[in-house]
Design a protein. Sequence first.
Length: 356
Amino acid sequence: MTTTAASLYAVSRDELSACLSGEPRYRLDQVWAGLYTQLAAPGDITNVPKALRERLAAELPTALTEVTRQVSDRGDTVKFLWELVDGHRIETVLMVYPDRVTVCISSQAGCAMGCGFCATGQGGFQRHLDVGEIVEQVVRAGREARAMGRRLANVVYMGMGEPLANEVAVWASIERLHEAVGLSARHLTISTVGLVPGIRTLATRPLPVNLAVSLHAANDRLRDELVPINRRYPLDELITACRDYLRAKGRRLSFEWALIDGVNDRARDAAELAKLCRRLPLPAHVNLIPLNPTEGYPTVGSPPARVHEFHRLLTDLGVNATVRRNRGTDIDAACGQLAAGRPVTVRRERPQSTPS
Ligand code: SAH
Ligand code: SF4
């Protein structure tokens, strides 16, 4: 068995076929379906002979070793900490809702974008993940969902890393999840900090995946500060790329907005955001997330009353917005809290609120 790919979920169907040379032709279908439809570990693909299962397990090792798993929301949120073969660590979060099951996956070990409010950014960049490491997160989480009697159908690239800085591997994973696992492209969401070249590449890709852009500020002065990559791709360029993406794909675009106390939660922030949304050819959807605490960022998330007020202001300005419920803050599994096992949460006293 020879292969150029390193891990089980990195090999393409053709490469797996080469691995199975000497076996009856139908084995390829059996193994492929075992891995991606049944989400079985190679040793558990029971319709192929034991000797072959053992050979597969030995020659195509998995890329992720489970270090820990933490559970919250009475079992409905599970955070996995994995070790990669070179010792780097990443995290994956499985979220079970009454009507759907979603997994939040990492695209890089660490992140080079340096957003100060994000635990991943605070830890710096280690390396890109390859397609096998990305796909395996979905398979392993899907296996867990199946053990709970549920089917994983939604994948969000909102874990550690910037997916569009690793676009080639990310796109290869999208194709594998669509073709082999059978997930609908409409249930796959890529979240980006706003890498304009990546958004333009994505616009040329065939599958209609969802795009979420982490905006957080609607003027360059504030966005330069919160999201340093804005200095390279300022808002005007970013919104033009979003507009072109919408025109090319016709898919809904969403903006992520982490509400930070006294920083981007005032009436004028809502007005600027509404103005920016009006530049798009289709209505954007704004997801409001009160900022989660991280060790390296002193300012707290907006208090609930301000979150609701901001939501109301946007609605009055004709913008579709939703306040996102936070999952897993008690196990550092919420947005921006993935730090590969480093301690993240410091509980801070909220300062007395000052009217804006
Ligand atoms: N790098 C990509 C995807 C991973 S981050 C991106 O930035 O979009 C996933 C989401 O969590 C982004 O919208 C990000 O801005 C947000 N986020 C980061 N830190 C956060 C925090 N402390 N509280 C709430 N959301 C945060
Ligand atoms: Fe990277 Fe996204 Fe965190 Fe920014 S918010 S540091 S882009 S993971």
